[in-house]
Design a protein around this ligand. Structure first.
Ligand SMILES: *Cc1c(COP(=O)(O)O)cnc(C)c1O
Length: 410
C-alpha cells in the first residue's frame, strides 16, 4: 500500500475509557457502511443511525436534543442561520394559494422573504398589528394557513398578548409559529404558555436564531426549528432534508460549548439592560424607553403575565422575570437626525453593527417610518436607536452613553 492510500485508510476509533463531559466534534460528509446490505437498508429518516453528514452526526444530534430541551420541545432541526430556519418553516408548511400572517414588527428580512420568495411561489402574506387582537382576528380567512408571532417584536420590542393570539389561531384551525430568538427558551416556554394550566399548550412551531444567545460569541450563524407535534416534525424534517439545510460539526461545537453559560449570560445582559433602561428614563434626551420590563413600554402587562409571574412592579422598571438584553430609545423630536447620527458615531463601547446576544454591546439607528406600517404616530416621531447590551460593566456603558450624548449636544 502506498503512503497516500495508507494515510487515508489509517484506522481511527474514539479511545476506549475516555469519559469526558464535553461532546466530541464529529465532522463528516461521508459515513461509511460496512456492507451493501447495510447501505441499502439504512434510511436517512431513522435517527438511530447515520447515513450522510448532511443528515446528522453524533455532534449535531446532540445539539438538536439540547435545543429541543431548551425550548421545551420534542423535535428539533438545525439550519445554517436563523433566517434559514424562518424560511424552512414557511417552505414546509405553506403551499400555493395559502396566506401567511406576519406581525408588523416582524424580523425585517422575514418580511422581505414573504414579499419576494413567498410571493413568487403564489403564497400571499398580510401584516397585522401585533398589539391589536381584533386586527389579527379580522385578517384570518379560509386562505390563512400560518400566523407568525414574535415576542418581543423586532426593534420596537412591543410585547404582544401571546396567549390570546395563540388561542385565537387554534380556534380558527391555523398554525402558529413563533420567532423565539428574544425569549431564547429562557424568558418563557413557547410550548407551555400557561404553566399553571391543566395540560401544556402553546405554539405549534418555534424558531430560534442560535446565532444570538445560544452562540453568545458573535462568531457563528445557526438556526433551529422545534416542535412538540410528531406530524409537523416529520413534515419539517423531510423538507429540511430535501433542501439540504445541514450544519457543520465545528459550528455545532461552538454552540454546544456556549450553551452551558447561556442562562448566566442571558441574566447578566438582562440586568445590565434594565440598569441602562432605568438610567435612560432619567435622561431628558429620550421621549420613550422601549423594553418589556419598563412599565410604560407597549405590552408591559403581557410580558409581566408571561415572564414575571404577573407580580406587580415596584418602580418604573420591573425587577422580576426575565427579558433579553436589548432596549430601544426614541429621542425627543427636538433633536435632529444629524444629532442622533453623531450620538451613534460618538459611542465607543457600543459598536455599530447588527445582531445581539454576543459579548460586545451594539447600536443600530433605525428609520421606523421606512420599516413599519402600523406603528402609532407617536412611535414614529424623533430619532430611534436600538441598543443590544453585551457583557461589559453597566457603569462603563452608561458613561459611554453619557459622553456620546454630550458630544451630540443632546
Ligand atoms: C437575528 C435574528 C434572526 C435571524 O438570525 P440569523 O442567524 O442572523 O439569520 C431571526 N429572528 C430574529 C428575531 C433575529 O434577531
Amino acid at each position: 500500500m502506498k503512503p497516500v492510500t495508507a494515510l487515508i485508510h489509517h484506522g481511527y476509533q474514539a479511545p476506549d475509557g475516555f469519559v469526558s463531559p464535553q461532546t466530541a466534534v464529529h465532522k463528516a460528509s461521508t459515513v461509511i457502511f460496512p456492507d451493501v446490505q447495510s447501505l441499502r437498508e439504512r434510511t436517512w429518516l431513522d435517527k438511530s443511525g447515520y447515513t450522510y453528514g448532511l443528515h446528522g452526526t453524533p455532534t449535531t444530534f446532540t445539539l438538536e436534543e439540547r435545543i429541543a430541551y431548551l425550548e421545551g420541545a420534542q423535535y428539533a432541526v438545525l439550519l445554517p442561520s436563523g433566517l434559514a430556519a424562518i424560511a424552512q418553516v414557511n417552505m414546509a408548511l405553506l403551499r400555493q394559494g395559502d396566506e401567511v400572517l406576519l406581525p408588523d414588527n416582524a424580523y425585517g428580512p422575514h418580511k422581505v422573504f414573504a414579499q419576494s420568495e413567498l410571493k413568487r411561489w403564489g403564497i400571499s402574506h398580510q401584516l397585522y398589528d401585533p398589539m391589536d387582537l381584533a386586527d389579527l382576528a379580522s385578517r384570518i380567512t379560509p386562505k390563512t394557513r400560518l400566523v407568525w408571532l414574535e415576542a418581543a417584536g423586532s426593534i420596537t420590542l412591543e410585547f404582544p398578548d401571546l396567549l390570546s393570539m395563540v388561542r385565537l389561531a387554534k380556534d380558527k384551525g391555523v398554525f402558529t409559529a413563533l420567532d423565539n430568538t428574544w425569549g431564547a427558551g429562557l424568558a418563557f416556554k413557547p410550548f407551555d404558555l400557561e404553566p399553571l394550566g391543566a395540560a401544556p399548550w402553546g405554539v405549534d412551531v418555534s424558531v430560534h436564531a442560535l446565532t444570538k444567545y445560544p452562540s453568545g460569541g458573535g462568531d457563528v450563524l445557526m438556526g433551529s426549528v422545534t416542535t412538540c407535534d410528531e406530524g409537523l416534525a416529520q413534515q419539517i424534517k423531510l423538507s429540511h432534508m430535501r433542501l439540504g439545510f445541514g450544519v457543520g460539526g465545528n459550528d455545532a461545537e461552538l454552540v454546544l460549548r456556549s450553551l452551558s453559560s447561556m442562562d448566566m449570560r442571558y441574566r447578566h445582559q438582562d440586568a445590565t439592560a434594565r440598569a441602562l433602561a432605568t438610567w435612560c428614563l432619567q435622561q431628558s434626551a429620550f421621549a420613550q424607553v422601549l423594553h418589556p420590563a419598563v412599565v410604560d413600554s407597549p405590552g408591559h402587562a403581557n410580558w409581566r403575565r408571561l415572564c414575571a409571574g404577573d407580580k406587580p412592579a415596584v418602580g418604573a422598571v420591573h425587577t422580576e422575570g426575565l427579558a433579553a438584553g436589548m432596549l430601544s430609545l426614541r429621542f425627543d423630536p427636538v433633536f435632529s437626525p444629524e444629532q442622533i447620527d453623531t450620538f451613534c458615531n460618538a459611542l465607543k463601547l457600543f459598536k455599530l453593527g447588527f445582531s445581539w446576544g454576543g459579548p460586545m454591546s451594539l447600536v443600530v439607528p433605525y428609520d421606523l417610518r421606512s420599516i413599519r406600517s402600523m406603528a402609532g404616530p407617536q412611535m414614529l416621531q424623533g430619532g430611534f436607536v436600538r441598543l443590544s447590551v453585551g457583557l461589559e460593566a453597566a457603569e462603563d456603558l452608561m458613561a459611554d452613553m453619557s459622553q456620546a450624548l454630550t458630544q451630540a449636544g443632546i
